[in-house]
Design a protein around this ligand. Structure first.
Ligand code: ATP
Length: 202
């Protein structure tokens, strides 16, 4: 990494990654003039039911396929290799420490659904101090009062909205419906080849 780079951090379950994620990442990269975007797939998720999440290997493979043609998109496996549940503050601290001599500026992306959950995260006041938290809209979500103490430190960016989610993709696959243009072609092929999301509990 070169010195003083601006790096966007995009954490998520990515089960699977979909075009909504990719559009947001590229839009924010351009809008904020970021050098790179690092996708950070979760290992164990603090606020989601982990039994229902696909294997790390499948989620990583799909992410790799999805970003292969964008040289500014990278994957950080930092949360995957950490044992137990991963907290954003630990990830930030570790990244700041690892790249200390190159003095990067980190931008942590969160959707509006997560802005409203920020007060439940570990040490949210430290998160907004150590990086620039960037929030973008998500259909159906408005910032709520609970998020207030941190809202002033958050940068809100208007991103073209798409009403899709990984849940929606999984549901459509389960129902035998098309996900063409909702996920990248290579991800669609991967899902079908590995028969992912067929079972009711996923
Ligand atoms: P799931 O439906 O399984 O909960 P998801 O689509 O929300 O998954 P995640 O991997 O959990 O995907 O999301 C990572 C981040 O991307 C979150 O901050 C989430 O708010 C955001 N995000 C995902 N899809 C959209 C979308 N269509 N519009 C805006 N934000 C989105």
């Amino acid at each position: 990494m070169r010195k003083n780079q601006k790096i966007g951090l995009f954490g998520g379950t990515f089960d699977p990654v979909h075009n909504g994620h990719l559009i947001i990442a590229e839009y924010l990269r351009d809008e904020l003039q970021l050098d790179e975007i690092w996708f950070i797939p979760t290992g164990k998720h603090p606020l989601k039911d982990n039994r229902q999440i696909s294997s790390v290997e499948h989620r990583l493979n799909m992410l790799r396929l999805a970003i292969a043609d964008n040289e500014r998109f990278k994957i950080s496996e930092i949360e995957i290799h950490r044992p137990g549940v991963s907290y954003t503050i630990d990830t930030l601290n570790e990244l700041l420490e690892t790249y200390r001599d190159r003095e990067p500026k980190f931008y942590y992306f969160i959707g509006m659904d997560n802005v409203n959950e920020l007060h439940k995260w570990r040490e949210p006041e430290k998160i907004v101090e150590k990086c620039q938290v960037v929030a973008f809209g998500r259909p159906g979500f408005q910032p709520q009062l609970e998020a207030q103490p941190f809202v002033a430190r958050i940068q809100f960016v208007h991103v073209p909205l798409l009403e899709i989610s990984s849940t929606f993709v999984r549901q459509r696959i389960r129902e035998g419906r098309s996900v063409r243009y909702i996920v990248p072609k290579e991800v669609e092929q991967y899902i079908l080849r590995h028969a992912l999301y067929r079972r009711d509990d996923k």
